[in-house]
Write a protein that binds this ligand. Structure first.
Ligand code: GUN
Length: 278
């Protein structure tokens, strides 16, 4: 049996379900994506989001602003999108240029349209177990684990990385699945001694190959959230893939693992928002 958890396959299944639901909905969910500057990776992500929206029958608006856009100008754009009843989801692509304060921008987004789930209000809903928009990459990890019927209840899940985008929301989502959760990060002493205890290890730090085979228990489930472009142009994750696959019972590849799930969960959140206002 293949050990690969195929994010493209799971993603396609969920996108087909979304497409079906949209065709019966009577309105087109509308996502607005704002990008500031010309960062190549961000441009690619935004274009992929735009395309995914069209593939499932959503409306999608891409707002491209120059790198020198001021915080004030960006906030004005967000205000307009907040006020536009035809827009169901707003996403500001991160990272932003250094002169713009990320927290100010994220807090300016209408909570009800925050399909990224990054607004402090949404973070609060997640932390208190209330229904809201779950951050897309973290939600994608759970979706992929559920698809492959990985038992989470009672399992020891080790998250490597504590970002607001992935690591922290995963703590809550894994607790909701009744996993025992440990969080490791860049200051963790003897990382291997922690990861070796994991039934499920999720790596989201952005360092190519940081998780090596000696750090993984035989039969563990390994989820690689990293997306790193090497100087050679090759795209790799945070996991030393081939040797770790030898020991793992299941593993996500890069590309084709968690990556496609992020956009899929964004579509799911936008659909959820559109259904609320319908
Ligand atoms: N940049 C990298 N990942 C993300 C994401 O999930 N949402 C936004 N808005 N920006 C990102």
């Amino acid at each position: 049996m293949s050990k690969i958890m195929d994010g493209k396959l799971v993603s396609q299944k969920v996108r087909n379900e979304i497409k079906d639901e949209v065709s019966r909905l009577g309105i087109k969910p509308h996502l607005a994506v704002v990008i500031v500057g010309t960062d190549a990776a961000s441009q690619t992500y935004v274009n992929n989001k735009h395309k995914a929206c069209h593939d499932v029958g959503f409306q999608s608006t891409k707002i491209e602003l120059p790198a020198q856009t001021t915080e004030e100008e960006l906030l004005q754009v967000i205000d307009k999108l907040n006020a536009d009843k035809g827009v169901h989801g707003i996403l500001v692509q991160l990272p932003l240029p250094k002169h713009i304060k990320e927290s100010v921008v994220l807090e300016a987004i209408d909570q009800e349209k925050d399909v990224d789930g990054f607004h402090p209000y949404q973070v609060g809903l997640l932390a208190t177990g209330l229904d809201g928009f779950k951050p897309c990459t973290a939600a994608g990890v759970i979706e992929i684990l559920k698809h492959y019927e990985v038992p989470m209840e009672g399992s020891h899940a080790v998250i490597v990385g504590r970002s607001h985008i992935v690591g922290k929301p995963l703590i809550q989502l894994l607790l909701d699945e009744n996993a025992t959760v440990t969080v490791a990060h860049s200051r963790t002493k003897d990382l291997a001694s922690v990861t070796k205890l994991a039934d499920i290890v999720i790596v989201a730090v952005g360092i190519p190959g940081i998780l090596t085979a000696d750090m993984v228990k035989e039969g563990a489930v390994v989820v690689d959230v990293g997306i790193n472009r090497l100087d050679t142009g090759k795209l790799v994750g945070d996991v030393d893939f081939e040797p770790v696959m030898e020991k793992a019972s299941l593993i996500t590849p890069v590309p084709g693992g968690v990556g496609p799930m992020t956009i899929t969960m964004l579509l799911a959140n936008t659909l959820k928002s559109a259904k609320k206002v319908k």
